[in-house]
Design a protein around this ligand. Structure first.
Ligand code: C2O
Ligand code: CU
Length: 423
């Protein structure tokens, strides 16, 4: 923390080698280390400054996914950091407690930079939230879930042959660890799940019939916990769940086959038929009592009535409304302090999701309780339309845009992205 109370974080993007289960010489990238980066944590109402240094040999960016902030601080494709340079965005945290994350967002090479290992969690705390398990690493554990492929001891960067989605791997890493397990020492564990994979969607469930409480989605806590047996997360999405593992027993968090809404062939090559072990939870013989999940969590924001409706159609593997991303074109101009409805259709036969910067949206007409909380990324099956309610506040900039895009990183890189300014 510096003299005026700003919390300062130094983040250095660098190269290294990491043993990801295929030998110690695997070339990787990371932040303040050789693979992934530290968890950044800040309080609602506090001011933060991130000194982001680039010690890679290529230009990159660092984007704060899910953050409400001025566009010039967003770390998107317009805030490039050249090798050897440091970029120092700062802003005041002004949103609910949530599990956000950071990753590169340069135009055309986001998939490669994330796949090589640049990503981390960005947690927001809020004194006003109810008590929940919150001892970091003990009963409050971030899980960065990624799938990889290896070839000759190195990360395999070649895109899959039968899918346009880029890399679908069958080697799972959690926080950069292959074949991971976690020793459970408390009656309940809160898991902050982040799908930081390039293309794979997971359908999480536990073995041994263990169910869990979903307590938060992308942008923060739900109104009340929801008991679930399965939870889908597409790339970029997060969820917080609380699970109890009986003393002396173990359960495996697993991803199982899932309803992606695709034809048989596309489903197979999108990973929809796969069953993969993610993390084993091993409970000790006696567990320490800890905070139970309250029946009520937080009141949801009233976003108001929309005064503008915009329609977006994902119309090809590279296009939204028949246009590919153009860094020099502003696609949408939004007025500050208004609520809008964005109707987004997946008009293709391929899997896509949709992410909007700066806001957390509310998904209308969904019957899925896992989609009831604040969201910034949503999966859209082929042929379906989602209606997203969002409110734009505080920050205006007629020049610097925010992005909206598919978070399947190969799609984003190919231009399935658009730009909006808030004025
Ligand atoms: Cu996680 Cu525009 O990105
Ligand atoms: Cu896509």
């Amino acid at each position: 923390t510096d003299a005026d109370g700003t919390r300062v974080f130094d983040l250095t993007m660098q190269r290294g080698t990491t043993d990801l289960g295929h030998g110690p010489a695997t070339e990787t990238w990371g932040v303040n280390g050789s693979y992934l980066g530290p968890t950044v944590r800040a309080d609602r109402g506090g001011r933060v400054r991130l000194n982001v240094s680039n010690e890679l040999s290529v230009a990159s960016t660092l984007h704060w996914h899910g953050m409400h902030l001025p566009a010039a601080m967003d770390g998107g494709p317009h805030q490039m950091i050249e090798p050897g340079e440091t970029w120092s965005p700062e802003w005041t945290i002004d949103q609910a407690a949530a599990s956000l994350w950071y990753h590169p967002h340069l135009h055309g090479a986001t998939a490669e930079h994330v796949y090589r290992g640049i990503a981390g969690m960005f947690l927001i705390d809020d004194a006003e939230t109810p008590e929940l398990p919150s001892s970091y690493g003990v009963d409050d554990v971030p899980l960065i879930v990624q799938d990889k492929r290896f070839r000759d001891g190195q990360l395999d960067l070649r895109p899959g042959m039968f899918t346009e989605a880029g890399i679908i791997g069958s080697d799972i890493l959690v926080n950069g660890t292959p074949a991971p397990f976690f020793d459970v020492t408390t009656e309940r564990v809160r898991l902050r799940l982040l799908n930081a994979s390039n293309a794979r969607t997971y359908n999480f469930t536990f073995t041994e019939g263990v169910t869990f409480d979903l307590i938060a989605t992308d942008g923060g806590l739900l109104a009340a916990p929801v008991r679930l047996s399965h939870l889908m997360l597409s790339p970029g999405e997060r969820a917080e769940i609380v699970v109890s593992v009986p003393a002396g027993s173990s359960t495996v968090l697993r991803s199982v086959t899932q309803p992606l809404g695709l034809d048989m062939w596309t489903n197979r090559f999108s990973g929809g038929d796969d069953s993969l072990d993610i993390l084993e939870l091993r409970a000790g013989p006696s567990l320490t009592p800890n905070t139970a999940v309250p029946d009520e969590l937080v009141a949801q924001r009233d976003l108001g009535e929309p005064t503008v409706t915009r329609t977006f159609s994902i119309s090809g593997s590279n296009e939204i409304n028949d246009q590919t991303m153009d860094m020099g074109r502003i696609d949408e101009v939004v007025e500050v302090n208004t609520t809008e409805m964005w109707e987004v259709r997946n008009g293709t036969g391929a899997p896509h999701n949709f992410h909007v910067h700066d806001v957390q949206f509310q998904i209308l007409d969904s019957r899925d309780p896992a989609l009831a909380g604040p969201k910034d990324t949503v999966y859209i099956p082929p042929g379906e339309t989602v209606r997203l309610l969002m409110r734009f506040e505080h920050y205006t900039d007629p020049e610097v845009p925010y992005m909206y895009h598919c978070h399947i990183l190969a799609h984003e890189d190919r231009g399935l992205m658009g730009q909006f300014v808030v004025i």
